[in-house]
Design a protein around this ligand. Structure first.
Ligand code: HEM
Length: 410
């Protein structure tokens, strides 16, 4: 039986500021209604509880993409918009858009160079960049922890990882911001044209770096992506370009927003901040609760690709769409004791903030390192950190982040 929800009655209104300010009571109401709910405005079956989200992430009959198996017409979806060829090219080989066998092949080649060892080797660089960015931010008196610290820091880390000059960071960010506007539900023509232009410039930039590294390889990720060979297989230039773009787009925003949302939570819970300062809780442990309690990514979708899918008694058909509510699953009382309590010592790494199954975040180790390093630096450099004003959230639901986080270090 399909359970339709009266979204307004229970406060699930993704575009409303009151919902965005605190979506968690509405999630609790949704979980109370059932594990699978039909949300008519977006024609999607929402999964509200941890168990079903955890299982769906691992269900190979569900896919992020469908075009490798079906035509848009068969799925009742519009044809790809032919007006934006460069934008389409920039994401043609993004891991996030692929399903097996292409996904398997590409993920194997990328994982061969983006290894736990490569991330561990970045630790001194990450520590140096964090210390420097925080010193610069603090020097100006009160500062915005997001714009003045988290943004420049996380872009600098990705530049170092890729092996491009840090001075190019702002340019890469501008391109990335312009490109992702194409995912908004209502994007005007000017924004689409800007996204197309940005994609073209970004592609050219990476092609240029590839040409240089081919002539003179260096110990960086782009050189290794060029060299990687596995059973005689190699990444094409187009695949490397898309990989660089997705690493920047996927890697930057979520890390910055985790730092923003998580530091807001810590400063609003002084007892928890004190546990960190006193050394009772390790920064690496606190990171997990920051992601679980107020994560930066709230919804991921999947298409039903095969017959026979049934979730908690709800039969689904090929072409149906599923929306996994990460923020709701991570507050499910059936999975987490006192789920609304922000307890930085909880140390539960099995939250679904990084996803699961074959699209599990490839940057999870790096993200954990970046955030834990930031907490360690904040603890040393700004033990008296406090909020200057109550922060507000950006008016988006899926990507959850603050507009800014003004703080004072002394
Ligand atoms: C706290 C920070 C982060 C969070 C919460 C996060 C979360 C996620 C989630 C939930 C997915 C899975 C999406 C799905 O199943 O549909 C994902 C995928 C991905 N993430 Fe992250 N991420 C973070 C940081 C990073 C970083 C630092 C990088 C790279 C430098 C990165 C690169 C990627 C890539 C390339 C994918 C696609 C993997 C695939 O499809 O096989 N992420 N991330």
């Amino acid at each position: 039986m399909t359970v339709d929800i009266d979204a307004a009655a229970i406060g699930f209104e993704p575009a409303e500021p009151t919902f965005i300010a605190d979506p968690y009571p509405a999630f609790a109401a949704l979980r109370g209604l059932g594990p699978v709910l039909y949300y008519e405005p977006r024609q999607v079956y929402l999964l509200t509880r941890f168990e079903q989200v955890h299982t769906a992430l691992r269900d190979r009959r569900l896919g992020r993409a469908f075009r490798h198996r079906y035509t848009p017409e068969e799925f009742g979806q519009p044809e790809p918009d032919g007006r934006w060829p460069l934008w389409s090219r920039s994401e043609r080989w993004s891991l996030l858009n692929l399903e097996p066998p292409d996904h398997t092949r590409l993920r194997r080649l990328i994982s061969a160079v983006f290894t736990p060892r490569a991330v561990a080797a970045l630790r001194p660089v990450v520590e140096e960049l964090s210390a420097r960015a925080l010193r610069t931010a603090v020097a100006g008196g009160d500062f915005d922890l997001i714009a003045d610290y988290a943004q420049p820091y996380s872009v600098a880390v990705i530049c170092r990882l890729l092996g491009v000059p840090e001075a190019d960071g702002p340019r890469l960010l501008d391109w990335s911001h312009a490109i992702v506007k194409m995912y908004e539900l209502h994007t005007d023509l000017a924004r689409m044209q800007a996204a197309e232009r940005a994609a073209g410039e970004f592609i050219e930039y990476v092609q240029d770096v590839i040409r240089n590294r081919r002539r003179r390889p260096r110990p960086d990720l782009i050189s290794r992506l060029i060299e990687v060979a596995d059973r005689g297989d190699r990444l094409t230039d187009d695949e490397i370009v898309c990989t660089v773009i997705v690493l920047l787009n996927a890697g930057h925003e979520a890390t910055v927003n985790t730092l923003g949302n998580g530091m807001r939570a810590l400063l609003l819970h002084p007892v928890q901040w004190r546990r960190l300062l006193d050394g009772e809780v390790d920064p690496a442990v606190a990171v997990e609760e920051m992601i679980r309690w107020d994560g930066p990514l709230q919804l991921f979708e999947r298409w039903v690709l095969d017959d026979g899918v049934e979730i908690a008694g709800q039969r689904l058909r090929v072409g149906d769409r599923i929306g996994m509510l990460f923020g709701s699953a991570n507050r499910d009382p059936a999975r987490f004791a006192q789920p609304d309590t922000f307890d930085i010592g909880r140390g539960d790494v099995t939250h679904i903030g990084f996803g699961g199954g074959l699209h599990f975040c490839i940057g999870a180790l790096l993200a954990r390192l970046e955030i834990a390093t930031s907490l360690a630096q904040l603890r040393v450099q700004t033990p008296n950190l406090r909020l200057v004003e109550e922060p507000g959230y950006q008016p988006f639901f899926v990507i959850r982040g603050l507009t800014g986080l003004r703080v004072l270090a002394r």
